[in-house]
Write a protein that binds this ligand. Structure first.
Ligand code: ZN
Length: 210
């Protein structure tokens, strides 16, 4: 049933509430609170917020190598000559890259899958960036000094993350790569992006060969 708005509601405010309500974790009450906070905000602050969103959407792109979001491609991780280009850490989301980078203990490259295999949500391997990962491996194997030695599977330790990791292992192990999985320092079901630095660093350090 369509939610009825009070007759006195101002169209533009209702629209803003609806837009906030589409964001993850924002219920209708919070959406209303945010909208009314913006009404009371000085114009320059609300303009600066609106501009930040527009600017971000206009400038952001996907790194052609790791598929992470970036201001320019290749991103500053792929493009950094001091990173270890023999190791690729495969993660589900850009936020996982941030979480691992925060530990300051990983110096290899990344590959962002943009999700995980989840049949219940209709997401299969083709919806992820797996083909691009395989292509990346193929291209690097053709370079004189670009051979990848280790692929770290750092998908979440929930059901979908484990299934994705297993799928990737079966796909890439026959190609001769050393495939490792991050340790289970993370509690089962935990998502990488919410774990603290020490837990992630320990999980990376304790990774084991599959
Ligand atoms: Zn990149």
């Amino acid at each position: 049933m369509e939610r009825r708005q009070p007759v006195s509601a101002i169209g533009s405010v209702v629209k803003l509430i609806q837009e906030f309500n589409k964001l993850p974790g924002i219920g209708i009450k919070t959406a209303q609170r945010l909208a009314f906070h913006l009404i009371r905000m000085p114009s320059e602050d609300s303009s600066s917020l609106a501009n930040a969103i527009i600017e971000m959407k206009n400038s952001i792109e996907t790194c052609t190598m790791c598929q992470n979001i970036t201001d320019f491609s290749p991103c500053n991780i792929c493009n950094n000559p001091s990173r270890n280009n023999k190791t690729i850490c495969v993660v589900e989301e850009p936020l996982d890259v941030l979480a691992i980078e925060r530990t300051g203990s990983y110096f290899g490259l990344y590959h962002v899958l943009n999700g995980c295999i989840s049949p219940t949500n209709g997401i299969g391997p083709d919806e992820l960036t797996i083909k691009l990962l395989l292509e990346r491996l193929r291209l690097s194997s053709e370079k004189a000094n670009g051979n990848i030695e280790e692929i770290i599977l750092a998908t979440n330790s929930n059901l979908e993350g484990e299934a994705t990791s297993m799928y990737l292992q079966q796909l890439m192990q026959p190609l001769g790569y050393k495939i490792t999985r991050i340790a289970r320092g993370l509690p089962t079901g935990a998502e990488l992006e919410y774990a603290d630095e020490t837990t992630i660093a320990k999980a990376m350090e304790g990774r084991y060969t599959l």
